[in-house]
Design a protein around this ligand. Structure first.
Ligand SMILES: [Fe+2]
Length: 375
């Protein structure tokens, strides 16, 4: 790979870091260290973890350098340290944390100078710059979990760029009519998953053929107004951050009190709520393969992740790469797959084949739904 591509990698790394730092810029150290919720890491853990993951892959693995801070890495291991204990760990904080992030980045750029990252490089971590794409995706995905936490911060203002992405995805996802228009997808064989070349996670591979029977799927995501009708008809729980206000509903994330707009796509619903809505509407959630097969026909993708009926499982011929803990340890019946992306997802992460997953009762993620039914 040419030095120009290395410059592009360095630019993308610094762009991602600017986004990370912009998110926490309005906060003081107490807010960064605070445990806001047992299901979300303190922001200082996320920041240290982002830098430690970068040190692990881009400095120690690729550059074969010694760790900067000895055993520190074990406190940033996401599997070893569940979210509810992360606030009590002896992690880096305040000035020490900021210095560590900067030290790691300096070494990363130093290592980048000396590596070969072309298309014909033998090491699969370096081929086409895979490991750098992985690190960028990792940091940007943590930006999204940080934004989940920041929904709890009263008075927090989104950085301008993120605020405008939120507004544009919300407008694109609006549907004025209460009866969802559906798209018909013919029965047939569909290619699912990411092709061999280009960056994708191991769980998106290998690309394989899937037989689907004919189905219909909503052209736009389920709206707030449709969700209110469901709540009124069944007594179902409101989405997270909704509060009653007289006859109507308001949205209270980040301490705001904004009226709910019925045409906006609903978000902050759990899989259980999404599944309940779909049944009430006489439909069902799409499978993740149906969602991917219909992707080109779908409007409004991008404000909220979309719950599917699928469990998170390996594709046939799956091989863990580059480490088991990204996907493989989560395969099974515990998690449901989400497709698409949300207003908090960086465009670099939002691939049509990207598979997100979470527990069915969780609603802190920016997730909504669209419905499907057999044709
Ligand atoms: Fe991570």
């Amino acid at each position: 790979m040419s030095s120009q591509s290395k410059a592009a990698i360095a630019d993308a790394l610094s762009e991602a870091r600017e986004r990370t730092l912009a998110l926490v810029e309005p906060l003081d150290d107490e807010q960064l260290n605070r445990v806001w919720s047992p299901i979300l890491s303190p922001l200082s853990w996320d920041l240290g973890h982002i830098a430690n993951f970068e040190e692990l892959w881009l400095v120690r693995t690729i550059g074969e350098r010694e760790p900067l801070r000895g055993e520190l890495g074990r406190f940033y291991d996401a599997i070893e340290n569940p979210r509810k204990i992360r606030g009590e760990l002896p992690i880096l904080r305040d000035e020490e944390l900021r210095a560590y992030m900067a030290d790691v980045r300096e070494r990363t750029l130093d290592v980048l100078e000396g590596v070969e990252i072309g298309a014909d490089v033998e090491d699969p971590l370096l081929r086409d710059g895979f490991v750098y794409e992985m690190l960028l995706a990792h940091e940007l995905q943590h930006n999204e979990t940080m934004l989940q936490l920041l929904q709890l911060a009263d008075g927090y203002e989104l950085p301008d760029q993120v605020a405008s992405e939120r507004t544009s995805s919300r407008i694109a996802g609006r549907s004025e009519s209460s009866a969802a228009e559906m798209v018909t997808v013919e029965a047939g064989t569909y290619e699912i998953g990411a092709a061999d070349r280009g960056f994708a996670y191991d769980n998106e591979r290998p690309r394989h053929a899937v037989e689907l029977t004919g189905f219909e799927i909503d052209r736009t995501p389920v709206s707030n107004g449709a969700y209110v009708s469901y709540m009124e008809a069944t007594g179902a729980e409101p989405p997270l951050y909704w509060e009653r206000d007289g006859e109507g509903w308001i949205e209270t994330s980040r301490g705001q009190r904004a009226p709910i707009d019925p045409a906006d796509p609903v978000i902050h619903v759990s899989w259980d709520q999404a599944d309940g809505f779909a049944r009430w509407a006489g439909k069902r959630l799409p499978t993740e393969f149906e969602w991917e097969a219909a992707r080109e026909e779908l409007e409004g993708v991008g404000h909220g992740w979309e719950w599917t009926s699928s469990h998170f499982r390996a594709y046939p011929g799956f091989e863990a790469f580059p480490y088991r803990e990204y996907s493989e340890v989560f395969f099974g019946d515990e998690y449901r797959v989400l497709r698409g992306s949300s207003w908090a997802t960086h465009p670099r992460v939002a691939r049509p084949t990207f598979r997100n997953w979470d527990l069915p009762q969780r609603s802190q993620i920016f997730a909504g739904l669209r419905c499907a039914r057999d044709a």
